[in-house]
Design a protein around this ligand. Structure first.
Ligand SMILES: [Zn+2]
Length: 300
């Protein structure tokens, strides 16, 4: 069964006019239920993990400041959200969803989180709408539990996974792969184990060609026993921040390449959603829903 992490706290009210499309976290599960891609049994509500688990990844000093609302103005500005205790609870819940989803992925082959993919969060600070790095938190927990020995992070959000790259820079058991817009945020990139920086305006064919060339070789080389996939849909041409020119079917094909190879190689895969900033919310929802439709089609 496809297990999907979702909790009512995912829908969070930002001040009106804030540019982050928070509505998608409510609309996406609704769409999946409406069209029958998922039913109520597919969803599970993550329970917040112990703070010590977050601190396998995040420094105690940073976590305490987040939790106790003690970040300074500069740190808050880098994150880009007005702070509140509920926003931190939300982030904590989302990371817990990625952890608990990872164990479902080991059981069923695949699992997903309606949110997450907060790859700009570092061990000691946040930025770009990211406070806790859900995939890093889950990866470190799997390693600590002995539930995985070698993890591959496939990060296809259009922005570089700078936080993840930095967190795992000295961790040989986690391989970070990021394919992103070379000229896009963050301006100062970190060094992932494999970075592919794309020029502006890349369309479906060249994008998919690179991915087809890269993925099988990467899995051969890394020999992972667990995969995290960050399926950001800000690669779309309609995206306000993306600078690439992928179509919705092209984005679906991208997901298919990743899911098919994991299925074929019997690699458990846990998917976090990542970004999506198209003008029309319908484009964001459609592209994200495709990832779920494919999961059902290929795995169940
Ligand atoms: Zn992004």
């Amino acid at each position: 069964m496809l297990k999907i992490a979702y909790h009512p706290i995912y829908k969070y009210q930002l001040p009106t006019g804030h540019r982050f499309p928070m509505e998608k976290y409510e609309l996406l599960p609704e769409q999946l239920l409406y069209e029958g891609t998922a039913n109520a049994d597919n969803f599970f509500e993550p329970t917040r993990v112990d703070e010590s688990i977050l601190q396998l990844t995040h420094s105690a000093a940073y976590w305490t400041k987040l939790r106790d609302q003690e970040l300074d103005t500069k740190e808050i500005r880098a994150i880009g959200f007005p702070m509140s205790p509920r926003l931190i609870e939300r982030s904590h819940t989302i990371s817990s969803g990625t952890i608990q989803g990872a164990f479902f992925a080991k059981q069923y082959g695949i699992a997903m989180n309606i949110a997450g993919g907060t790859h700009h969060a570092y061990a000691h600070r946040g930025e770009g709408f990211c406070m806790l790095n859900d995939i890093a938190v889950a990866a470190n927990y799997l390693l600590q539990q002995g539930a995985a020995q070698k993890i591959l992070i496939i990060d296809l959000d259009v922005h570089q996974g700078n936080g993840s790259a930095h967190i795992f820079r000295h961790e040989s058991r986690v391989f970070t792969f990021s394919m992103h817009g070379a000229k896009n945020f963050p301006t100062r990139k970190e060094i992932s184990d494999l970075d592919i920086g794309l020029p502006d305006g890349v369309t479906d064919e060249p994008y998919l060609h690179i991915l087809r060339q890269t993925l099988p070789r990467l899995i051969d080389q890394v020999q992972p026993d667990f995969v995290f996939y960050l399926s950001g849909v800000d690669v779309l041409e309609s995206d306000k921040l993306g600078r690439l020119s992928m179509t919705i079917p092209g984005c679906r094909e991208r997901d298919r390449l990743v899911l098919e190879i994991c299925k074929r190689e019997h690699l458990p895969i846990m998917i976090s959603m990542g970004g999506g900033y198209s003008e029309r919310l319908a484009h964001i929802i459609e592209a994200h829903a495709n990832t779920y439709r494919l999961a059902q089609e290929l795995f169940f």
